[in-house]
Structure formats: structure tokens, C-alpha cells
Design a protein around this ligand. Structure first.
Ligand code: WTA
Length: 674
């Protein structure tokens, strides 16, 4: 692969000092490392593994796999026979071998600007060990699952690493999810412990997390899966009010049989705890992600491969150096937070910011204020946040000094060129490369991404594959497309950080990712390769929606809508949204004699919010006397999407059973505002 000179000339040049010190300083060095990673993966990954501590060396190769369903079960194994512990590697190794005991691991910045703290590597290690001892005391053993439903507070990191230390498998559930979603995840993973907080402020809004957690446990009991025996509760909300004055507004429901306050449990608990040495392929964590058939999938990651991959991608993609201050604005409840707030940065001994709040509270310059306060050098956020902040114009930025910034990153959805340019020119002052990182919960870490000092950038393109990753584009018949092409994005072989299975459902794992095109991992995303070899993600090609960078399935939302007594049938499609990227547009067919009106629409929105969480709140609900269906009864989503987008040329409608349905829907479509 050779990038033509005219593209290289157009490269957004990083400053000379960035290039001079970069781990991968130019495109040729990227190419030669990339070549090595594909031609000799054994040597490539072995070198990466040398950075880490292995209680026992591997007996098997760095990677073994079968990606072809026609040849047997799908599997990936990395460093079989080796024993290690990821918590030991990200904490003890840094404290004891790398002399980082006094280095700041995290600057924690609360929802309110007057709440903040700094946590060193040795503090972190102590807190993690204490929490590990608490969990052990509660009966948690290697292999047990622990559900974590916490806001962005240090205890979230302590708990996840405590699990990792004792070989328990954490299943973190984003604290914006509803009790229903939490229950579903606890039940599927058969968690024995739940860790939560009394409450949290999100901006000005106080959320009673413990109450939601209790409702979830109640629902689990109704489903006769009462696996959770203890609930560990962090007392938090009273310390996070706007003015900083402690105020106890919440009634925290309490069951003395089950509930334990975090502080009481941690008091007098020893500050050391031996790590459990785990097999390289032992489970590290489960993280649920939406599935196109509705029920979320428990994506399982294992110890050694995930450790190598998150560590290496962090180092190269953010070109990490020891004096950096790195800030990823994601929530740890999503994979971005797992890989690039906790594991990847800590594995590199990095200093990171953890931010509990939201971008526009108490003012629209909050992000910029934090960048100035901590001299953030590497900043990683989502296109939806950029678009939101763009709406406030340059004013809020001008008040702060952003000259510390050196690299900017984005993740979660395709970034539109307008947002890219604003990010690059206004936030980065034209000085900082923008790394547009494409990846998934399933991939564990970045798979298509620029390297900041090496890759000539094209706004909106995730550019080229990371080391060890071999993408290709297939057409509907599974034929590989060369050169300029558009089709299904697939990968031909595994890299160490790829998921290993769907928890307790290998069949679903194989069906979802490997069945359509035997021999390949199928991402579910569409992709275009341009004449210069750059990859451009075009969006999901399955029944998934991406709202503010969060994936959800149409089936999941439809299931919530049809729970309402008035709804006979529902079909959900996406409609472009200036801030969220996509939003939900729902068509509902009511049962006989039910009347559609504003209050019913609001009820339906509330129902979806309650079932899934606020992120899934529909923007539009349209009454659909009937849905457009083919003669075989299949809903024609393409047509619904076009109606939602107000596209009047609806193309070929000949397969419709009743074309008149479309006219009615089109004439009654919802306009610009919901
Ligand atoms: C989308 C998030 C375009 C994509 C890390 C993918 C992106 C899904 C990008 C995974 C990007 C993520 N450009 N699309 N840079 N990054 N996506 O599992 O559709 O929450 O399949 O992981 O987000 O979402 P997930």
C-alpha cells in the first residue's frame, strides 16, 4: 500500500515535536510494522507480551483460531498455557517495577467543579486490594460474576479491578440503563453480587440509583433468578450537589439482609490482597451490547489477549508518553471506558482524567475548563458530543487555554466532515491530528484507525487497519472486492483482543458474526474503500441504530412499544439528527378502537425509556393505520426509513401488498420537531 504524494501533501501535519517523539513517526514505519504483524504475528505479539508479567509462560502460540464455521467451532486462543493477572499488570507492575507509585493514575473531576481528587498508582492499588478483600469476604470466588451499576466515580474503577484481581468476572451495566435492562443483564450473567451507589447527580438531576437497583433485583426475583445475595452500596450523592454542600435528599431503600454500605465494608479491611493467577483464556469480563434480534448479547473478553491489545492500541493510537494527561469522556459502562479509561491507560502507566458530569453543566465550557485545569494533552470523545458543543459556538472555548492539547480522538459513529473540521480547527487549533477510531464492543480495541504522526488524514475516514487486523470488503454473495469498493466490512483473522464468545451462548456468537460469510468475522457495518485504500464506515447494515454513539436494536424498541395495551404492532427506523447522529422514529399501529393522541405518544416514549433507558427515548411516534408489508408479510423498513426522512421518491413499491398504505403514512409523517 502506497499513499500517493498528493494525499501525503494534504496531510494534516502534526507539530514537529509530536512527530519527532512518536512511537510510529511516519507512514513507512506504520507500513513495515503492519506488514510484520500480518506476516509474523507470533514474533509481533511476543514482543508486546514481553512488557508484561507472566506467572507462567505460554505453552501454545500467540494466536490460534478457527474462523470458518464449515470447519468446526469458532474459537480464538491467545498464549495458551500462560498464567497472569491483569490487575497485577496494570497496578502492581507499575508500582513495583516501573516506579510509578507516586504518579497520578486518575484525576477525578465530579459533576460539580468543586469536587475533585487525585489518585496515585499506589492509592489505587490499595483501594483495589481492599475492595477485593471485601468481595472475597462476601463470598466471591474466581469465575463468579459481579454486576456493577455505578456512576463515573473512582469506586467503579476500584470494583472492576478488584474483580480482575480475584478472577471474578465483572459485568458493568451503564448507570443510565433502566431497572428492566439491569435485571435482564444480572439474570443472563447469573451475577451473585451487585455493586451500586445511593444516587448521583447528572447535571442538576438527582437519580436514585439504589431504588432502580432494588427494582431490578425485585424483577430478578419475579423471574425466579434470585442469584444476587449481596448489594454493596457506595454513599455518593450527598457529596455531589451543585454548591458542594452536603444535602441528603434521597430516601435510600435498605434491606439489612442484603445491603451493605461500601464505607463500612471497606473500613478495617487489609490493604493487600494476593492476585489470583489466571489462565490466559480465563474470562476477564462480560459486557452486554445490543443484538439485532432484541436480547442483548453478553460479549465475553478474556485475560491475556485483551491485555495485549488494549495496551498496544492505547500506546500507538494516542502515541502515549509518560508526561501525557489523557482524557476519554466516555462512560466506563461502555466498552470505550473499559478499554480506554481503565485497562489500556493503566497498562501504560498513564495519567487520565475521569469525569463524572455532563458536557454542558454547569456551563457549556465545562469540557474546555477541564482540559485547561489538568493540561490535558490527549482528548478522546464522541461525534455526538462534538456536535452538541458546536451548537454553542466558539465563545465557550475562547475563555480557556487549550494549548496543552496534542492529539484528538473520536469514536462511536461516523464523524461528519463539519464536526471533524470544527474539532480539528476550533478545538485543536489546527495543530492536533484527529484519530477517528473505528471499533466495537466485540473487537475489544481499535481496529481501523489512523496513527497520529504517521497517517495522512481524510476527514470522516477511519483510514487504515491497526496492527494484526486484516479487513476486507465483501459483496452480498461473499465475494471479496478489490480496489475502490463498497460492501460488508469483515475481518479475515483474529487479533488478540477480539471477543471469545457470547456468554453462555456460543451458538449465537457463531450465528451473529461468522455464519453469513464463512471464514470471516462480520462487523455488521457497511464500508467503502476509496481509490487510495482508505476505509470509510458507512453505518450499520443490520437492524441496528446508533443514537449518540450507542447501539440499539430496532427489535428491542419495538418489543417495548408493543408491551403497551393500545399497540398492536410497531416498527422502528432511524432518522438523521443533528446532535445524536440518528434518532428513533417509531410507527405504531393501534388496536381497534384505540385513539392516537399526544398523551398516548408521550406514554409510549415513557414506556421505552422505562424499559431500556433514557438513551432510547424515541423522538417521533407516528400513528400507522397499517404498516407497509410485502405479500409475504415482511415489513418494508426501507420504505419506512424513507418516510421518516421525508424522501418523496420511494422507489420500487411493486412488492408491497397494499401500496395505498404508503401514501397515508407519507401524508401523516411527523415534521421537523417531535
Ligand atoms: C459504530 C463502540 C464509524 C459502528 C466502540 C460499530 C463507528 C459500532 C466508529 C460499535 C467510527 C464505532 N466510525 N462508526 N469511528 N466507532 N462505530 O459496540 O457502527 O458500542 O459497529 O463500540 O459503533 O458500537 P459499540
Amino acid at each position: 500500500m502506497v499513499i500517493p504524494q498528493h494525499i501525503q501533501d494534504k496531510m494534516y501535519h502534526p507539530p514537529d515535536d509530536l512527530r519527532r517523539d512518536a512511537h510510529v513517526p511516519n507512514f513507512n514505519s506504520y507500513l513495515s510494522l503492519y506488514k510484520k504483524s500480518l506476516e509474523n504475528p507470533e514474533a509481533f505479539w511476543k514482543e508486546v507480551a514481553e512488557e508484561f508479567f507472566w506467572e507462567k509462560p505460554a505453552t501454545g502460540p500467540m494466536l490460534q483460531y478457527n474462523f470458518d464455521v464449515t470447519k468446526g467451532n469458532i474459537y480464538v486462543k491467545c498464549m495458551e498455557g500462560a498464567k497472569t493477572n491483569m490487575c497485577y499488570n496494570v497496578l502492581d507492575r507499575n508500582v513495583k517495577e516501573n516506579n510509578l507509585a507516586e504518579k497520578i493514575a486518575y484525576y477525578w473531576e465530579g459533576n460539580s467543579p468543586d469536587h475533585h481528587m487525585a489518585i496515585t498508582y499506589s492509592d489505587l492499588l490499595k483501594q483495589v486490594c481492599r475492595c477485593a478483600n471485601v468481595l472475597k469476604e462476601m463470598g466471591v470466588k474466581k469465575g463468579d460474576r459481579v454486576a456493577i451499576y455505578l456512576p463515573m466515580i473512582p469506586e467503579l474503577v476500584y470494583t472492576m479491578l478488584a474483580c480482575t484481581r480475584i478472577g471474578a468476572v465483572h459485568s458493568i451495566v451503564f448507570a443510565g440503563f433502566s431497572s428492566e435492562s439491569l435485571c435482564e443483564r444480572i439474570t443472563d450473567a447469573q451475577c451473585s453480587i451487585l455493586v451500586t451507589a445511593d444516587g448521583v447527580y447528572r447535571g442538576e438531576k438527582l437519580i436514585n440509583l439504589k431504588q432502580i437497583a432494588d427494582e431490578a433485583l425485585e424483577k430478578c426475583r419475579d423471574k425466579s433468578s434470585p442469584a444476587v445475595t449481596k448489594c454493596l452500596v457506595v454513599k455518593h450523592h450527598a457529596t455531589t450537589t451543585k454548591s458542594g454542600v452536603a444535602c441528603n435528599k434521597l430516601q435510600t431503600p435498605w434491606d439489612p439482609e442484603c445491603d451493605v454500605w461500601w464505607d463500612e465494608a471497606m473500613r478495617d479491611t487489609p490493604e493487600d490482597c494476593e492476585p489470583e493467577w489466571l489462565d490466559a483464556e480465563d474470562p476477564l469480563f462480560i459486557l452486554y451490547t445490543s443484538g439485532s434480534t432484541g436480547k442483548p448479547k453478553g460479549v465475553l473478553h478474556t485475560v491475556a489477549g485483551y491485555m495485549l491489545y488494549t495496551s498496544l492500541t492505547f500506546k500507538y493510537v494516542f502515541d502515549h508518553h509518560h508526561d501525557d494527561v489523557y482524557w476519554c469522556t466516555a462512560d466506563i459502562g461502555w466498552i470505550t471506558g473499559h478499554s480506554y479509561i481503565t485497562y489500556g491507560p493503566l497498562a501504560n502507566g498513564a495519567t487520565s482524567v475521569i469525569f463524572e458530569g455532563i458536557p454542558v453543566h454547569p456551563h457549556a465550557g465545562r469540557f474546555w475548563e477541564i482540559i485547561e485545569k489538568y493540561n490535558v494533552t490527549k482528548f478522546y470523545t464522541a461525534p455526538t458530543a462534538i456536535r452538541l458543543l458546536m451548537k454553542y459556538g466558539k465563545e465557550p472555548l475562547l475563555k480557556y487555554d487549550l494549548s496543552s492539547l496534542r492529539i484528538l480522538g473520536t469514536v462511536g459513529e461516523p464523524i461528519n466532515p463539519e464536526a471533524w473540521h470544527w474539532y480539528h480547527e476550533v478545538v485543536g487549533q489546527g495543530r492536533c491530528p484527529v484519530v477517528d477510531t473505528f471499533w466495537q464492543t466485540e473487537t475489544g480495541g481499535h481496529v481501523l484507525t489512523p496513527l497520529p504522526a504517521a497517517t495522512p488524514l481524510k476527514p470522516g475516514s477511519a483510514t487504515f487497519p491497526f496492527f494484526g487486523v486484516e479487513p476486507t470488503i465483501l459483496n452480498e454473495h461473499g465475494e471479496e472486492l478489490e480496489g475502490e469498493a463498497e460492501g460488508y466490512l469483515v475481518f479475515r483473522r483474529p487479533w488478540p483482543g477480539i471477543m471469545r464468545t457470547v456468554y453462555r451462548n456460543q451458538e449465537r456468537f457463531e450465528n451473529t458474526y461468522f455464519k453469513k460469510f464463512p471464514g470471516f468475522y462480520v462487523t455488521g457495518d457497511g464500508c467503502r474503500r476509496d481509490k487510495d485504500g482508505y476505509y470509510w464506515i458507512t453505518g450499520r447494515i443490520d437492524d441496528m441504530l446508533n443514537v449518540s454513539g450507542h447501539l440499539m436494536s430496532t427489535a428491542e424498541v419495538e418489543a417495548a412499544l408493543t408491551e403497551h395495551a393500545a399497540v398492536a404492532e410497531a416498527a422502528v427506523v432511524s432518522r438523521p439528527h443533528t446532535v445524536k447522529g440518528e434518532c428513533l422514529y417509531c410507527f405504531v399501529t393501534l388496536k381497534d378502537h384505540r385513539e392516537f393522541n399526544h398523551s398516548l405518544a408521550e406514554e409510549l416514549k415513557g414506556l421505552v425509556r422505562e424499559r431500556i433507558g433514557p438513551i432510547a427515548t424515541p423522538d417521533f411516534i407516528q400513528n400507522a393505520p397499517a404498516l407497509p408489508k410485502t405479500r409475504s408479510g415482511k415489513i418494508m423498513r426501507r420504505v419506512l426509513r424513507q418516510i421518516a426522512r421525508n424522501e418523496s421518491d420511494l422507489g420500487d413499491l411493486s412488492t408491497l401488498a397494499d401500496p395505498k398504505v404508503v401514501e397515508v403514512l407519507f401524508s401523516q409523517r411527523c415534521q421537523a420537531t417531535s
